[in-house]
Design a protein around this ligand. Structure first.
Ligand SMILES: *Cc1c(COP(=O)(O)O)cnc(C)c1O
Length: 449
């Protein structure tokens, strides 16, 4: 067992001067793990030789990996603006700078500056949202899933909620609306059929136990052909008549009229507010284009009840969220769509995308084959299901690499593209102009190998 005996002692090993500027306790811990691993491998015969230099390198690599941030910047060349896997909506840099000044200082998050007393966390944002939406009151929670949970738990625990069978959705990350509803303590009463639900389906199922009529946005699918659903306005009307609460989980709420006729399929929150609903909820980081949050708007009496639910304490948001959300909504109020990256990308004309694509094509024309194409892309993030918007892309081919290899090589350099009809392409819908330089660099690197 000569090899076992030659394993260095930790104390001595960490004297290597390459560890001098590193945090000693962490170096010790990693060294112990590396040496233990080596010991086991020698014992089971999978290691028959090693050098101390190799061990130092292993420790340094592990140290580096642990201490550098795990989240990495990527270029989104998939064309999908609200890409949940890539962080959904981006925050505007100027807005972020303003928020930075606030969160790096003490602030009046829960302090009433005029009275010198404890204030209300949610008051900061309610004025601007009330102004934009004309609603009575507002509450912000961690995300829209929390909003659904809090609303059902508050108003429908041990009671019945009537919802259309055609709207019981499962969205990404196996978030199932019916499961969340059950966990909240609400009893789900599914009415209608998958393709058709009528107002009488709701009406006929109202019992003494019914507390709420709920509608859920069909975020990632649409039922076409022989189908019908009940308009929210009709549900609001029926709920009022029967003394019940109406609630619409809108999924991706947005505050502006969308381009490309998308509005027909996904009307803005403002349009729904005209029906004077009891409660609406939607995500902060889908088409609203802000930070992760769940926004609940509606009647004051209901929001007041939500605020009294002890669960709210677990779902409450930080100053960072409130400040970023306020920035985005103020930008919308002021008509400054340019300061909301998701909206900016959505509204960018294809002529502009074409210009960007041409500038990239021009810069890489002598390194690789590329072709500018008109394509279509989805918005993503559980918005506008099955609807596409026009976009511009460059198909790229370097050497004789197949599309899958191209996709991997770009991905390894932190550019996420997509494959369409056997071709690898970079879609310009969600690429920022100032990222083109980086893409040129990567193309050169890949072509060089
Ligand atoms: C996206 C979505 C949710 C969840 O929203 P998060 O903000 O991601 O928690 C809930 N309901 C519907 C209909 C959705 O589309």
């Amino acid at each position: 067992m000569f090899l076992l005996k030659s394993i260095p002692k930790v104390d001595k090993f960490i004297q290597d001067k390459r560890f001098d500027d590193l945090a000693t306790p962490l170096v010790v811990k990693i060294t112990q793990e590396v040496l233990q691993d080596l010991r086991e491998k020698i014992l089971d015969g999978s290691v028959t030789s090693f050098s101390e230099e190799e061990l130092v390198q292993t420790v340094l690599q592990k140290y580096d990996k642990l201490t550098s941030p795990s989240l990495q910047r990527l270029i989104n060349a998939t064309g999908v603006i609200v890409h949940t896997n890539l962080g959904r909506s981006l925050i505007d840099e100027k807005a972020f700078d303003r928020v930075k000044a606030l969160v790096t200082s003490y602030n009046d998050l829960e302090y009433d500056l005029a009275k010198g007393k404890r204030g209300e966390r949610y008051s900061h944002i309610s004025d601007v949202i009330r102004e934009v939406l004309g609603c009575e009151d507002v509450l912000i929670v961690n995300n829209n899933a929390s909003a659904v949970f809090l609303i059902l738990n508050t108003f429908a625990k041990k009671k019945e909620v009537i919802v259309s069978r055609g709207e019981l959705v499962e969205i990404g990350g196996s978030f199932r609306v019916p499961d969340v509803m059950r966990h909240s303590g609400a009893k789900l009463v599914e009415v209608g059929t998958t393709n058709k639900t009528h107002l009488y389906d709701y009406e006929d199922n109202i019992t003494k136990k019914t507390s709420m009529l709920m509608k859920v946005h069909k975020s990632n699918y649409s039922i076409e052909g022989f189908s019908s659903e009940v308009e929210y306005a009709e549900l609001v009307h029926l709920a009022k008549e029967k003394g019940l609460i109406d609630y619409y989980d809108m999924g991706s709420g947005h505050l502006v009229d969308l381009p490309y006729g998308l509005d027909q399929h996904e009307p803005s929150v403002l349009r729904y507010m005209q029906h004077e609903p009891s409660l609406l909820s939607f995500s902060g980081d889908k088409l609203l284009g802000s930070v992760q949050a769940g926004i609940i708007v509606g009647k004051k009496e209901y929001i007041a009840k939500l605020k009294k639910n002890q669960l709210l304490r677990m779902l409450r948001v930080d100053k960072l969220t409130l400040a970023l959300l306020e920035e985005s909504i103020t930008s919308v109020l002021l008509g400054k769509m340019d300061e909301v990256p998701t909206l900016k990308m959505l509204f960018t004309h294809t002529d502009e995308l074409r210009k960007n694509a041409l500038s990239l094509q021009d810069a890489i024309s002598d390194i690789c084959e590329s072709e500018l194409i008109e394509t279509r892309t989805v918005i993503g993030g559980g918005t506008t299901p099955n609807r596409t918007i026009p976009s511009i892309a460059l198909t790229i081919r370097i050497k004789d690499y197949k599309q899958n290899k191209m996709e991997r090589l770009f991905r390894e350099k932190k550019i996420i593209g997509r494959i369409e009809r056997d071709k690898f392409l970079l879609d310009f819908r969600a690429i920022k102009k100032d990222q083109i330089g980086q893409i040129i660099k990567v193309v050169k690197e890949i072509a060089d190998v």
